[in-house]
Ligand binder design. Structure first.
Ligand SMILES: Nc1nc2c(c(=O)[nH]1)N[C@H]1C(S)=C(S)[C@@H](COP(=O)(O)O)O[C@H]1N2
Ligand SMILES: [Mo]
Length: 303
């Protein structure tokens, strides 16, 4: 279904993560001007902007996971209470093979890759993350998407006993998200199962979370228990909470400010207190790869 593209970054990034350095195959997906359209199956990209990933500590100690509290340090403190084994993902709606899929059965059918992506939160901070995971398109292929499907809806676990944050009505639990089907099957869209070659920590959305690198971070829903193929645009948590501030698309766009702050630049986590902000890139640097998805749309209106 999705176009295959792989590109190997052989250089070692500035990092002290041994597990990371030892991996043979790094996905250099966060590459400006990658030019997916010109690449065939398994072909390596010539272009190569080299991103330096944030440290494992940055990535796993500064989180948004409101089911465990709204403080950036709270998920790392409290998410260990989430039981991630066994884990089942219900795949239903407009699919040929609906059912409750055991995570290990999903994983045994998928190819785990490493991809270094920019990650840009709507709050105007950013990181670079070396994810491990597989393409969402491969999982959807496994379930067999039916022709009437136009959107994919996602749902996070909702476990008051394990998630202290869901006792508070910060959001309408469970956390839900959605993508248009063409966004969902885009080769950049992945399901992450690891970071730096290790199993993804609970605070980052174990055991399975979405990663959509050209969209604001809140689209990348964590700890997914349900995936539903539908013909209607699904409700999304932040849009339900405040539709004026958070749209369905949520594509990173430096030209469209949040009603309460500028989106033109971002603060890099790990850069220190006095680090200069860096300019935010259109579609978070993935415009060459994904702009076609939005041809004819008014990106100022369809936020
Ligand atoms: N279930 C769930 N998923 C979620 C969130 C959340 O609160 N709950 N926060 C989102 C937001 S706002 C961001 S920026 C990213 C943060 O991912 P990270 O903690 O791995 O950096 O997760 C997203 N996914
Ligand atoms: Mo976010």
């Amino acid at each position: 279904m999705a176009m295959r593209w792989k590109n190997t970054l052989k250089d070692s990034h500035v990092t002290d993560e041994a597990a990371f350095m030892n991996r043979r195959q790094l996905m250099g997906s966060a590459v400006a001007g990658l030019g997916l359209a010109t690449m065939g199956a398994g072909q390596a990209s010539a272009a190569g902007e080299k991103l330096t990933p944030n440290s494992y500590e940055d990535i796993t100690q500064y989180n948004n996971f409101y089911e465990f509290g709204t403080g950036k340090d709270e998920p790392a403190k409290y998410a260990h209470t989430l039981t991630t084994q066994p884990w089942t993902v219900k795949i239903d709606g407009l699919v040929d093979k609906p059912g409750d899929y055991a995570l290990e059965d999903i994983l045994s059918a998928m190819t785990i890759e490493e991809r270094i992506y920019r990650f840009r939160c709507v709050e105007a901070w950013s990181m670079v993350v070396p994810w491990n995971g597989f393409e969402l398109a491969d999982l959807l292929d496994m379930a067999g998407v039916q022709s009437g499907a136009k959107y994919v809806a996602f749902e996070t676990a909702n476990r008051p006993d394990e998630m202290p944050g869901v006792k508070f009505p910060v959001l309408d639990w469970p956390y839900v998200e959605g993508l248009r089907l063409d966004e969902a099957v885009h080769p950049l869209t992945m399901m992450a199962t690891g970071i730096y070659g290790k199993d993804i920590p609970n605070q980052n959305g174990a055991p399975l979370r979405l990663v959509v690198p050209w969209k604001y971070g809140y689209k990348s829903i964590k700890s997914i228990v349900r995936i539903t193929l539908t013909d209607k645009q699904p409700p999304t948590s932040w849009n339900k909470a405040n539709a004026r501030e958070y749209g369905f698309y949520s594509n990173v766009n430096p030209e469209v400010d949040h009603p309460r702050w500028s989106q033109a630049s971002e603060r890099q986590i790990g850069g220190g207190l006095f680090a200069k902000r860096i300019p935010t890139l259109m579609m978070n640097g993935y415009a060459d790869e994904v702009s076609d998805l939005y041809a004819g749309m008014d990106l100022r209106k369809d936020i």
